[in-house]
Design a protein around this ligand. Structure first.
Ligand code: ZN
Length: 329
């Protein structure tokens, strides 16, 4: 099995966005340590819009100069150490600004598809360039902010022009709908890899694009009761390392606590408890690719322990790989 541990590298987008040190730099440095110890590499989907905003505002605000340097230095370090740096787009940065004290984050246009065709091409181009300038490597893989990449037909021509050929945003049976924030993967193929053209959940063997979906897990409400209770009982181990709050997703928490839900296999917090179980299930189904999602900001001390255990127990029989290593020709 090829196992890809993928991390969306970003701050929080709620009222309290948190600090760069605690949401990004420290948890990522722990991942670098684990990677070095076990000789494995990870995929980092870097929130490029944030880097562009830091670059824009750092001249006026010295505090941001520090954040800019921390992030660009760490992304460079990750790339030099063999981790895969790829494109993560949160286009709401286009409408957000720094007021001298904090970021005022406007999520009215949260999805790439909320923008005009010209804007989409311009965003993909600029966001891709800012990280390829840092790493000097080819950027060809994509993860949508908040999983929002539908309708893909709106993004199609920009992705084609900018040679973004691999996506890893879909997780099977995932579905959520709110005014800002929507995805529907209920009709996605039951596969660990497939080609597509203009619709990301419709297989097209002759398609331009490759989908390597995030592996999916069905959780009982009990799992999330346990997750929330552990956060209260043992915050040292179970609270996220990041110091911000997520943006509002109306009804989301209630849904998790009251019915069975399909979620991405994740290293965030207590979700990391299910890594081994998910791997076993995928092997039983003869899958070749396991994609795990995570966010440095949402890792906990517990999840760092679980990630390291998972790697140590499985690295001899499997390959912890990256999209760059497996798919870049
Ligand atoms: Zn994100």
């Amino acid at each position: 099995m090829k196992i890809y541990i993928t991390l969306d590298y970003e701050i929080y987008f709620g009222e309290n966005h948190g600090t760069v040190e605690k949401c990004i730099i420290y948890p990522t440095s722990e991942l670098i340590r684990i990677g070095e110890k076990h000789n494995v590499t990870f995929v980092f989907f870097v929130d490029c819009g944030f880097i562009l905003k830091l670059a824009e505002y750092r001249i006026k605000y010295p505090a941001l100069e520090k954040d800019y340097k921390l992030i660009t230095d760490q992304v460079k370090e990750l790339s030099e150490k063999g981790h895969d740096i790829q494109l993560h787009i949160h286009p709401h940065w286009e409408d957000s600004f720094y007021n001298g004290e904090k970021w005022i984050i406007n999520v009215n246009r949260y999805k790439l598809a909320d923008f005009s065709d010209d804007d989409i091409l311009d965003i993909v181009k600029r966001y891709k360039k800012v990280i390829s300038d840092i790493t000097g490597k080819k950027i060809f893989a994509f993860r949508a902010g908040g999983w929002c990449l539908q309708p893909f037909s709106k993004l199609y021509s920009a992705f084609k022009k900018e040679n973004i050929t691999l996506d890893s945003s879909v997780f099977r049976n995932g579905f959520f709908s709110s005014p800002q924030y929507a995805y529907d993967f209920r009709n996605a193929p039951d596969k660990d890899i497939y080609k597509f053209e203009t619709d990301v959940v419709k297989e097209d063997p002759a398609g331009t694009f490759t989908e390597v979906p995030i592996s999916s897990v069905k959780n009982s409400p009990l799992f999330f009761w346990k997750l929330f209770l552990l956060g209260r009982k043992d915050p040292y181990m179970h609270k996220p390392l990041g110091d911000g709050r997520a943006m509002a997703a109306p009804g989301y928490r209630k849904k998790l606590l009251t019915r069975f839900t399909n979620n991405p296999v994740s290293v965030d917090g207590y979700n990391s408890h299910l890594l081994n179980r998910s791997l076993k299930r995928l092997k039983k189904a003869n899958r070749q690719h396991m994609v795990v999602i995570g966010h440095p900001k949402a890792l906990s001390r517990y999840s760092l322990v679980m990630i390291e255990k998972f790697i140590a127990a499985n690295k001899s029989e499997n390959s912890f790989s990256t999209f760059e290593k497996e798919f870049l020709k």
